[in-house]
Design a binder for this molecule. Structure first.
Ligand SMILES: [Zn+2]
Ligand SMILES: [Zn+2]
Length: 121
């Protein structure tokens, strides 16, 4: 994927295997994924809207802790490379440019285990 936008990792307790493991976060304009490096549990998020500026409010709902990260990325709107607020909850994932406030808003779509998928590959 040459269109990589956000690629980072965040170490925390995995919601699936309960281990403290790196969670690999990848976001491109048409999809975002969070994958556990330990057990392979992967959550896929799909874009819901790109102009929701109150997205942060929606991310506070959920039974898992919300991860609030800051990542360097190139904004697809203002084309500035700088800090973006990356917020991941169990149901939503948002990436917001601090320069122009342009927000990518993704909602949870599905979940799978990467190890299971290998059986079909
Ligand atoms: Zn895990
Ligand atoms: Zn921007």
């Amino acid at each position: 994927m040459s269109d990589r936008f956000i690629f980072t990792r965040y170490r925390t307790d995995c919601y699936h295997c309960k281990q403290n493991a790196d969670q690999i976060i990848k976001a491109v304009p048409n999809q975002a994924q969070v994958a556990c490096e330990n057990c392979g549990a992967t959550r896929v998020f799909v874009p819901r809207s790109e102009d929701v500026d109150a997205a942060g409010l929606l991310t506070k709902i959920g039974k898992y802790p919300v991860w609030e990260l800051v990542e360097e990325a190139t904004c697809r709107n203002c084309h500035t490379t700088g800090p973006h607020d990356l917020i991941v909850s169990s149901r939503h994932l948002t990436v917001r440019c601090r320069n122009c406030k342009f927000t990518h808003f993704y909602k949870f779509d599905l979940e799978y285990l990467a190890k299971d998928e290998l059986k079909f590959g």
